[in-house]
Write a protein that binds this ligand. Sequence first.
Ligand code: SF4
Length: 475
Amino acid sequence: MCGIAGYYSREEKDAANQVMLMLYAQQHRGQESCGIAVSKGIKLQLHKSMGYVKEAFPEETLERLSGSVAIGHVRYPTRGDAVIENTQPYIIETLSGPIYAIASNGDIVNYDEVANELRVKGVHFSSKNDGELLGRFIVYYHERKDMEIVDAIRLLMKKIKGAYSAVFLTCSTLYAFRDENGFRPMLMGQRGNHVAFASESCALDILRVDSMREIQPGEIVVVTPQQEIYQSHFHAQLLTTEPLPTPQPHHCVFEMIYFARPDSYQFGEYVYEVRQQIGARLAAYDDDIGDVVVPVPDSANFIAMGYALAKNIPFQMGLIRNHYVGRTFIRPDQYTRDESVRQKFNPLKDFFTGKRVILVDDSIVRGTTIRKLVRMLKGAGAREVHLRIGSPPVKFSCYYGIDTPNPSELIANNMTVDEIQEYIGADSLKYLAIDDLQKCVQSCDKFCYACFNGKYPVPKSQMGVETPVGEEVGK
Ligand code: SF4
């Protein structure tokens, strides 16, 4: 999880403001903390804060951050605690002052191995965050081994395994790069002489970019100032490297099911279209079992819509979500999660009485939220609640940046589908089959499905963690 943004303009001084707008559009990717680093010419300036983007960047703060190149980050912690020290972007201080910054999305699976190698070479870390590791790696090879930054990033891609989409800032140049598997999304947009990078296209839409494309897995894009001959102003010069030869991308399919905003375009297709197809596939499993289709808002809205359209059954928003409570799935501790379920959803009064309800959710992780919701609907008078899930059972943990819990906490790792149905109290329960999920995305062999089938694209030997039952891809 997490969302990143980068913006480059040589004419305007409002890069931090543009980055703030992009972070705002990506708030769903992380709500614990956020930050923006901006170039002030000969040094960088950083502002970071716990909490939401809206509160972190009032007008007076943005005025202080005036500058033409900036990067930003919204964070949900998957490595390291939710404290300000782990908040990104990371500024890397050198003898010349704060002149490098980085923001990244994803999880590095060989973190310990690479961090220890750098420690032996005399590099010190102030946090346990992946972003800091990426930044210190680049700066070490650039400053102490005289490598060009692009070459240091190339080396990083060969040595550091796992998921990372990142933006790296110097006082004059902006770099964007993505791991060779392309686990996490990352796009680039251009409007005139302005260049923007973001985790999701919805953030670039806000800037009304003229053109947009994905950063390829293993690609580095560099935006540098280039002075026009006979003129005093600069133009952005775009350089891109040939992507690393990668045997196979492995985009996170969970981004399409749950995590990304439905209005985003990523991995070559529109998220809302994939979700509607998932709903239609689920509908094909059933005869006439319900009077109304109700989503668990918001991530299941389009899946439920696809189901309802395919079956010609009314789609109704019978559950109302309080949008000012954070996502249940991404709140770390159990107490907060339990409380927030009650605070977050409320059924429409008299709506469910006597109805056979098809309740649609995107996934079941621990089962605690959906169990409460099924009880809530029955308490509100529903005659039957048939639960349909837009993904296969989540049985394995993710090591590539989505905060699924330890396998022992995953309900599908401990119970059969029948047992889950009984525990949850639904009248029936069906999950989407993995081969049907694969039919809902255009290039099914370019996705990672490891949390469903345990086939981890990055070999276990590089993870430094004990992986559960599944296999590595290709074995
Ligand atoms: Fe996405 Fe699951 Fe793969 Fe993690 S394991 S990258 S959540 S598909």
